[in-house]
Design a protein around this ligand. Structure first.
Ligand code: NAP
Length: 252
């Protein structure tokens, strides 16, 4: 995407913005003129990411917050609106993989933890973002699902698969509910993308996932942020309720 100022003075909130796909997307919005708020639990990574975003010349803020805590979700949207007066774009991207393991041995608490971040976390965020956007009569929400929301890529990840399928349903349901309110709700479903998460799941060998991708390689975070920025832009003004697989052809 060109370095135009498509998002000049727009207010963008990105959950899970201190690393990986979220940080790459924060930098892309910042380069196009947006004011960008990022969240995450780890403060040190948040401060480093904030500096990188500010180095583009953008106004930015880091809010230390846990996506699975409703009070944190309240505070995040309130801080953004109190500082910048509105919320134009929200990218609900915070997510965890959780432990992998056979379903008959999978810890109940681990299942609950994955759903708390990946499903309840998206609900807590969307609910508060939608309230603000409905007041404005405008806004765009983009949620991060995964190819595993559309199809199974292997054993041992039932909780993660379940959570990302729920993100697709939540995206579609919210899109229809708010379609007449000036709010568009869409999602991205990344294939394997080279981020700290992919390094973690492959024990430092992200290319291990290249074999499942028809293009024969894993993706770059910028290949997700390009699609997120398009979905957030006026070029996608008639697009709502869609979750776009960005995956080199895995979901095909
Ligand atoms: P990542 O490098 O591990 O980054 C995850 C981000 O989410 C970090 O900023 C992390 O910050 C934040 N986060 C995690 N739990 C959180 C919580 N409870 N509250 C707030 N923030 C939280 O992962 P990534 O690959 O960029 O993943 C981003 C999203 O893409 C996730 O939803 C993931 O499921 C999805 N995805 C990734 C891939 C892939 O191959 N990389 C494929 C499909 C989908 P803190 O740890 O500081 O909280």
């Amino acid at each position: 995407m060109s370095e135009s100022q498509t998002f000049k003075n727009q207010v963008v909130l990105i959950t899970g913005g201190n690393a990986g796909i979220g940080l790459e997307t924060a930098l892309a919005f910042a380069r196009q003129g947006a004011k960008v708020a990022i969240t995450g639990r780890r403060a040190a990574e948040g401060v480093t990411a904030l500096k990188q975003i500010e180095d583009t010349g953008a106004e930015a803020m880091f809010i230390q917050a846990d996506a699975s805590v409703p009070a944190d979700a309240d505070r995040v949207v309130a801080e953004v609106v109190s500082k910048w007066g509105r919320l134009d774009v929200a990218f609900n991207n915070a997510g965890i993989l959780g432990a992998t393991g056979a379903t008959h041995e999978y810890a109940d608490a681990e299942f609950d933890k994955v759903l708390a971040v990946n499903v309840s976390g998206v609900f807590y965020a969307m609910k508060r973002e939608l309230a603000q956007m409905a007041k404005q009569g405008s806004g765009v929400i983009i949620n991060t699902s995964s190819i595993v929301g559309f199809r199974t890529i292997g054993p041992g990840m039932l909780a993660y698969h379940t959570s990302k399928a729920a993100v697709i349903s939540m995206t579609r349901a919210a899109a229809v509910e708010y379609a007449k309110s000036g709010i568009r709700v869409n999602g991205v479903a990344p294939g394997p993308i080279e981020t700290p998460m992919l390094h973690e799941v492959t024990g430092g060998h992200p290319d291990a996932f290249a074999a499942i991708v028809p293009m024969g390689r894993v993706g770059k975070p910028s290949e997700i942020s390009d699609v997120v920025l398009w979905l957030a832009s006026p070029a996608a003004s008639f697009v709502t309720g869609q979750v776009i697989a960005v995956d080199g052809g895995v979901v095909s």
